[in-house]
Design a protein around this ligand. Structure first.
Ligand code: G1P
Length: 290
């Protein structure tokens, strides 16, 4: 079976729901406690075995490439001052040379179109997609849990999580048939359904393992919900041709695309930080007492 080595991270969005913070800073670069949101997503993917990252970017996103580059002056200064712990932390954010590609989505035509922009770099092998708006807190990386299901089944795999029934219209939602542990077979999926017409409350989390055939379906995918080319619509067609599974993973997703979701993520990752978690909890408690 082909090993999943490449991942696509669509980062072209304008971050309008988090303005004005995102006026000059990409939303993926906003700090979630002590590191940019994108670092959590890259770490999740590395834990799942991803070796090459394809960022689908847009204008004003160059700080993402800079973040993952080496920073000679910074590293030399930290070295000269003997600040080795923070130097190691900074060096850890620098991936192996040549392991990141950047391609531009030239017009905001939707998530399906953003993924299609990565087709030449991905080629025909199965690959992962991680939407950096969603951070997942879990013992085992969410994508690694999905890779386990891919290795068992050889099928396409998406992550899902239950959401309140009146919020299904914000997500892609699956139509489940039967469940085997955390693995769910589906008969379809729909992007941003009306609350009354939704087939379930299992929302697509923003993590995918897809076969290369998705690209030819995206090529002629008509615009769907919101007038955008939707990945969910192309996956719904791929499901007619290939095995497809949803995984209700162990972990908690945090949607950093909204201000309150972002606050929740920041609190959760601060409270569970290896070194500063306890101090962060004390800080939050004392703020609540004010
Ligand atoms: C996208 C996907 C949707 C998924 C969601 C997860 O929607 O299209 O299927 O449920 O991410 O966050 P967006 O949030 O970009 O509107």
């Amino acid at each position: 079976m082909t090993i999943i080595r490449k991942a696509v991270l669509p980062v072209a969005g304008l971050g309008t729901r988090v303005l004005p913070a995102t006026k000059t800073i990409p939303k993926e670069m906003l700090p979630v406690f002590d590191r940019p949101a994108i670092q959590y997503v890259v770490d999740e993917a590395i834990e799942a075995g991803i070796e090459h990252f394809v960022f689908v970017t847009g204008r004003n996103k160059s700080s993402i490439d800079d973040y993952f580059d080496s920073s000679y002056e910074l590293e030399a200064t930290l070295q000269a001052k003997g600040k080795t712990a923070i130097l190691e932390e900074v060096q850890r954010t620098r991936p192996k040379a040549g392991s990141m590609s950047f391609v531009r989505q030239q017009a905001p035509l939707g998530l399906g179109h953003a993924i299609w922009c990565a087709r030449d770099i991905i080629g025909s092998d199965p690959f992962a997609i991680l939407l950096p708006d969603v951070l997942v807190k879990s013992d085992k990386s969410c994508l690694a849990q999905m890779v386990d299901v891919y290795n068992q089944t050889g099928g396409n795999v998406i992550a899902v999580n239950p959401v309140p029934e009146d919020e299904v219209n914000k997500y892609g939602v699956i139509d489940p048939i039967e469940r085997d542990g955390s693995k769910i077979r589906m008969r379809g999926m729909v992007e941003k359904p009306d609350v009354a017409a939704a087939p379930s409350n299992l929302a697509i989390t923003g993590r995918y393992i897809l076969k290369g055939e998705i690209f030819s379906l995206l090529e002629d995918q008509a615009a769907g919900a919101g007038g955008e080319i939707q990945l969910t619509d192309a996956m719904d067609r791929l499901m007619a041709e290939q095995d497809f599974f949803a995984v209700e993973f162990d972990g908690t997703p945090y949607d950093c695309g909204s201000k309150l979701g972002y606050l929740r993520a920041t609190l959760a990752f601060a409270m569970h930080h290896d070194e500063l978690g306890e101090a962060a909890r004390d800080t939050i408690r004392s703020e609540l007492d004010v």
